[in-house]
Design a protein around this ligand. Structure first.
Ligand SMILES: [Zn+2]
Length: 368
């Protein structure tokens, strides 16, 4: 890993074809097993799956592909569920849970007509590894040291948490936002292009970005992170929460606005959500899954000796538990997205739900 860090000043060269380069590429990939797992999964997937490369992450002379996986109905009138993982290079478990579900779907599609029928009504798009360069380097930010979740052009309206809320001091410190006035990093530009192309003017779209590293419990966060006041479509999020809790009353997720925990500059999903609404591009709910990694550390404090131990379950049986524990949620989100007409609130029902949501999540706020 150290040798790779030392090479990061070298420009990414597009074509590397010599035998030595291929060997080096293999060596590099041994630090990034998630990429091989994803490519193997795609190679074995049924014909309903398609994949393409939406960009690259460069580490020294190595170009690492950003894969987009699609399955389901691609018609413009279909709703879309977008799953993202690996935004933070240290949070490998986020990529693993997304790939685990893709693997489940690819195997089930070979015999499950119910699933095929469901996917006729919805499109699933997944970007399991948004920051392969950061993952290869075993660091939170991308190869330039930028924290992709602090890199969007949106500033916190209230005082943000020192450092954690985003900083411009140094790419060698965590939560680096990038240089002021620069465009977003290539990984985020690629993600924005996917959102613009696939989520625009759909009847409904929902995204889930999978992270780990904060809290004792698994949490589902929704905007905003840049301000404490509620988001525009709060009624839709509350309706989804009720739907989930009525169907799965013993679930373990805490569903809250991110601003309940901390405010940040540059939050990617705040930015995409506001941009989507500004363009009048349809009903969209962005969610972030924050897997509570502190309990993994409490059960095995030795994990603190390794940087990745702060963010990932390292004991095999715990890893297996995490990989299987989110499948119900992912299946639910796919069903809920496909059948959004049956639960999305409208008119006075939406207003009632919004008021209930404000009492529930913003008890000290007056209506805005
Ligand atoms: Zn994260």
């Amino acid at each position: 890993m150290t040798e790779l860090r030392d090479l990061t000043h070298i420009t990414c060269v597009p074509e590397q074809r010599s035998r030595r380069d291929k060997a080096l590429q293999q060596q590099v990939r041994s630090f990034l097993p998630e990429l091989d797992q994803l490519e193997r999964l795609l190679a074995e997937a049924p014909p309903q799956f398609s994949a393409n490369v939406i960009g690259h992450s460069c580490v020294a002379e190595h170009r690492l592909p950003l894969y987009q996986v699609k399955v389901g109905n691609a018609a413009p009138e279909s709703p879309v569920l977008l799953l993202v993982g690996g935004v933070h290079g240290l949070e490998r478990i986020g990529s693993r849970v997304v790939m685990e579900w893709l693997r489940t779907l690819s195997k089930r599609l070979q015999w499950d007509q119910h699933l095929s029928a469901l996917l006729d009504r919805v499109q699933l798009v997944a970007i399991p590894l948004l920051n392969p360069g950061g993952m290869l380097l075993n660091q939170r930010g991308n190869p330039a040291g930028v924290d992709l979740m602090r890199n969007a052009p949106i500033a916190a309206q209230d005082p943000s948490t020192f450092m954690l809320g985003g900083q411009r001091l140094s790419p060698y410190l965590p939560w680096y936002m990038g240089k002021p006035g620069q465009p977003m990093e290539p990984e985020n530009i690629a993600l924005q292009a996917v959102i613009d192309e696939l989520l625009t003017n759909r009847p409904f779209s929902l995204s889930l970005d999978c992270h780990s590293g904060f809290g004792w419990q698994d949490q589902l966060w929704f905007p905003y992170a840049y301000r404490r006041r509620p988001m525009r479509k709060l009624d839709s999020v509350f309706a989804l929460k009720l739907l989930w809790e009525q169907a799965y009353p013993h679930h373990n997720y805490v569903i809250e606005p991110q601003s309940r925990h901390y405010l940040t500059h540059g939050d990617l999903w705040d930015y995409f959500y506001k941009r989507h609404n500004r363009r009048g591009a349809g009903n969209y709910i962005p969610l972030t899954l924050e897997m509570g990694s502190w309990r993994w550390i409490r059960k095995r404090p030795r994990q603190l000796l390794k940087l990745e131990g702060l963010f990932n379950p390292l004991v095999p049986h715990r890893l297996q538990r995490v990989l299987r524990s989110h499948l119900t949620l992912f299946n639910f989100l796919l069903e809920a997205t496909a059948q959004h007409e049956n639960w999305l609130p409208h008119g006075s029902h939406a207003q009632t739900l919004r008021q209930a949501a404000i009492r529930h999540w913003y008890p000290y706020e007056t209506e805005f």
